[in-house]
Write a protein that binds this ligand. Structure first.
Ligand SMILES: Nc1ncnc2c1ncn2[C@@H]1O[C@H](COP(=O)(O)OP(=O)(O)O)[C@@H](O)[C@H]1O
Ligand SMILES: [Mg+2]
Length: 348
């Protein structure tokens, strides 16, 4: 219980930090490419005070502001109905915002729609593919939709990258679900977007395809493409994202570099298995977040990984001073999943 309270304080501190009156500062992701650093000056997507109320009154997005830097991989993490698809649909011009504004490389998505949209590739959550077309024709046609000249070499490269080249002449309806999804990605890449939105790219796909999707996203990033993906697989964000945004009930609860998020909000527990069970915690250890567990056979210490000192040395000498012998010990760090679950629960 004590640790829960601690966690809540860390969370609400972080929320205060992010939901301030001013816009969030741009990301400070450092990468080895000069191109990326130079382009950090200006966000490639800038979302300001975006709100969407659907007819009928449901507020799917509530005053969301977010900057995305060129070349980063941003994962939007949130439960079903959080507003992720709504947000993507607005940026892609498929849904009208109720208020607020979005620019893509400086182009307003409403007044300068064509320029903004031409920079974006979208792989929607729902698959719509032309069942009777061949793979290659579909992808080639998708490029034409954006007014780009035919480029067979590029389409060939995309199909090869996605392991679809062998299937290029197959009708789409003959493909497996995983391959159809890859066709969707090929379509989105066909017009050489600078920004790629992937809405739940790995929902319902097998582990192998998920891994190959992650590799593909990494390769895209190496070519300078900005990737924004939504997911409710925390493991996915943990594996591939540079930054993680947590969205719940239309509100962006926080956006943070993944490593920083895990460092800041991560909690570690140290479990000390005792030689002999004890009836109570020894005195003289005030200030330590300790609990007695396993029928008095274990003492569990929860501590903040971001703290300057963990206090473990002092704890161990305190216990030995109290005559408590330790048989074994182990530590465990909270995962992004723990952090996420707590955040969404607190956001309710
Ligand atoms: N066209 C629509 N009309 C009315 N409500 C909608 C529409 N699209 C989505 N919603 C509602 O908006 C909320 C957010 O939906 P969505 O953006 O799809 O969330 P997510 O992608 O995070 O699951 C949900 O409550 C959903 O039911
Ligand atoms: Mg969705």
């Amino acid at each position: 219980m004590a640790s829960w309270t601690n966690r809540f304080e860390v969370v609400s501190h972080t929320l205060r930090h992010y939901i301030g009156p001013s816009r969030r500062p741009a990301a400070t992701v450092i990468r080895n490419s000069n191109h990326f650093q130079a382009s950090l000056m200006q966000p490639v997507i800038s979302i300001s005070d975006l709100t969407k109320t659907y007819p009928g009154g449901l507020k799917a997005l509530d005053n969301v502001s977010l900057d995305v830097s060129e070349g980063e991989i941003l994962a939007l993490l949130g439960p079903n109905g959080a507003g992720k698809t709504t947000m993507i649909s607005i940026v892609c011009g498929l849904v009208n915002p109720s208020s607020g504004s979005v620019t893509v490389a400086g182009h307003d998505i409403i007044t300068d729609f064509r320029a903004a949209r031409s920079l974006i590739g979208l792989v929607p959550q729902e698959m719509h593919v032309e069942a009777f077309e061949s793979v290659r024709a579909t992808v080639t046609f998708s490029r034409g939709l954006f007014g780009k000249p035919r480029n067979d070499a590029l389409v060939e490269q995309i199909l090869k990258d996605l392991s679809l080249w062998d299937k290029r002449n197959e009708k789409i309806m003959a493909l497996s679900g995983g391959m159809k999804r890859r066709v969707m990605i090929a379509k989105a890449l066909a017009h050489e977007p600078r920004i790629l939105f992937l809405d739940e790219p790995t929902a319902g796909v097998d582990v192998e395809l998920r891994k190959s999707m992650w590799e593909l996203i990494e390769r895209l990033r190496q070519t300078g493409v900005t990737v924004i993906l939504t997911t409710h697989y925390i493991e996915e964000a943990e594996n591939i994202a540079d930054r993680v945004g947590v969205i719940s009930k239309g509100q962006l609860l926080l956006v943070e570099e993944k490593n920083e998020l895990m460092r800041k909000m991560g909690e570690k527990t140290l479990t000390l298995n005792l030689r002999e069970p004890v009836k109570a915690l020894p005195g003289g250890l005030d200030g330590f977040d300790l609990t007695l567990e396993d029928d008095g056979n274990a003492i569990v210490y929860r501590y903040d990984t971001a703290a300057e000192r963990t206090g473990i040395g002092r704890l161990l000498s305190g216990l030995s001073g109290a005559g408590i012998g330790i048989r074994d010990l182990s530590t465990k760090q909270s995962s992004l999943e723990d952090i996420f679950v707590n955040l969404v629960r607190d956001g309710r």
